[in-house]
Design a protein around this ligand. Structure first.
Ligand SMILES: Cc1cc2nc3c(=O)[nH]c(=O)nc-3n(C[C@H](O)[C@H](O)[C@H](O)COP(=O)(O)O)c2cc1C
Length: 365
């Protein structure tokens, strides 16, 4: 039997296993790439200088293997307001509610100014500046986590770079595939972070049915080899995974959050707009629970809600308040029960996926 893990995504990227790690941690990225998978580093919060330094750092450690960087390129954000100008637009009712939460849970003040000033979701000028660095540095794969990357395809392709777009709706996938993205990530409701309302099973199968030769990568709730095998059966050419790596040995996430993730199950995640103004899945925490209560004011649109929540989030993290801290986490978190090295996670997923195919076909893959 053909090796079911040898997919067109492997051919496209020259990798051994069709497993992509989305991570903010460079050590995780390097470990996954060197284990035969692929990794995309989330850099939406970083300055152009940091992004350039990180690209070089990874390049120096992967012996010519490709890697990716992910940004957010939202179309519907203010063009270039400063953080202060944006802050001034937050209405009093929402400010008062955030203050009530702060007093009720004794949320400490952040130790420094809020670190959001460089977020690509804040305004288009920041996102464009970040993107230029990816082109200058010839980052092999440019991924867009929010918003269509169609406008950079021509320049990226001229430089020999690949462009991946992450989508939550089949309609968005169709537009990006027609525009010529090199692969499309179909991300379902189960996912950590910003995610749409379509379930992973539905979106992956639907996007695969219209994708033609463009590889489809399944995302949302994928934390085991069985999930990988299932994604391939749905028509995906690989998986894109975030939650799986947060509690890995190499991950630089705060140990408090790692322990919370190891103990969490799908029920401990919360899906709402109260963190950023866009639908997002995170570990439930006092902030998410208070905004769900009757009487809570309306959540603000992006990026205003993100500015409002950042005082709570940063205060909780800066003071390492386990009772308040949260992190993006997907519904597959219940399978993340051990703090394994990233390399081991790759191999375990591969082994389990192959064993799953053997089980189904009755013959070794
Ligand atoms: C901590 C964390 C932060 C994330 N931030 C981003 C981001 O900045 N940009 C992005 O495209 N996706 C982001 N994601 C979503 C991932 O790209 C991925 O689609 C998601 O984690 C897949 O679902 P899973 O966590 O169930 O594997 C984030 C995920 C996590 C876990």
């Amino acid at each position: 039997m053909k090796n079911p893990l040898q997919t067109k995504l492997c051919d496209l990227l020259g990798i051994e296993f069709p497993i992509i790690a989305f991570t903010h941690c460079k050590d995780v990225a390097v470990a996954v790439i060197n284990a035969g998978g692929f990794a995309v580093l989330g850099e939406a919060m970083h300055t152009p200088e940091q992004i350039a330094a990180d690209a070089k750092w990874i390049r120096d450690r992967v012996e010519g293997r490709p890697f990716g960087i992910d940004l957010v390129l939202p179309a519907s954000v203010p063009p270039a307001d400063t953080l202060e100008q944006l802050m001034e637009k937050i209405p009093q009712a929402q400010r008062d509610f955030a203050q009530q939460i702060k007093e009720k849970y004794d949320v400490p003040d952040p130790k420094g100014p809020i670190a959001l000033h460089q977020w690509g979701g804040l305004n288009q000028a920041i996102a464009r500046a970040q993107l230029e660095v990816l082109l200058d540095e010839r980052v092999p794969v440019i991924a867009s986590g929010l918003g269509s990357p169609a406008f950079i395809l021509e320049r990226a392709h001229q430089l020999g770079l690949k462009v991946f777009g992450l989508v939550g709706k089949t309609r968005q996938a169709k537009r990006q595939i027609d525009a010529g993205v090199d692969a499309v990530i179909a991300q379902g409701y189960d996912a950590a972070g910003h995610t749409g309302a379509m379930g992973t099973f539905s979106i992956v199968a639907e996007v695969a049915s219209i994708a033609g030769d463009t590889p489809v990568i399944a995302a949302g709730g994928v934390t085991t080899g069985r999930h990988l095998a299932a994604a391939l059966c749905l028509g995906a050419a690989g998986v894109w995974t975030g939650t799986r790596w947060l509690a890995s040995r190499e991950s630089d996430l705060d140990m408090i959050l790692k322990e919370k993730l190891l103990a969490a199950s799908a029920d401990d995640t919360s899906y709402s707009t109260c963190i950023s103004g866009m639908t997002m899945r995170v570990l439930a925490c006092p902030w998410t629970e208070e905004w769900k209560k009757p009487g809570a004011p309306d959540v603000l649109p992006a990026p205003y809600q993100m500015l409002l929540s950042s005082d709570y989030l940063q205060g909780a993290n800066d003071h390492r308040r386990a009772d308040l801290m949260t992190e993006a986490a997907g519904q597959g978190v219940g399978f993340v029960t051990e703090m394994k090295p990233a390399r081991q996670i790759v191999f375990d997923m591969v082994e389990e996926a192959l064993a799953t195919f053997d089980e189904l076909t009755g013959e070794p893959a």
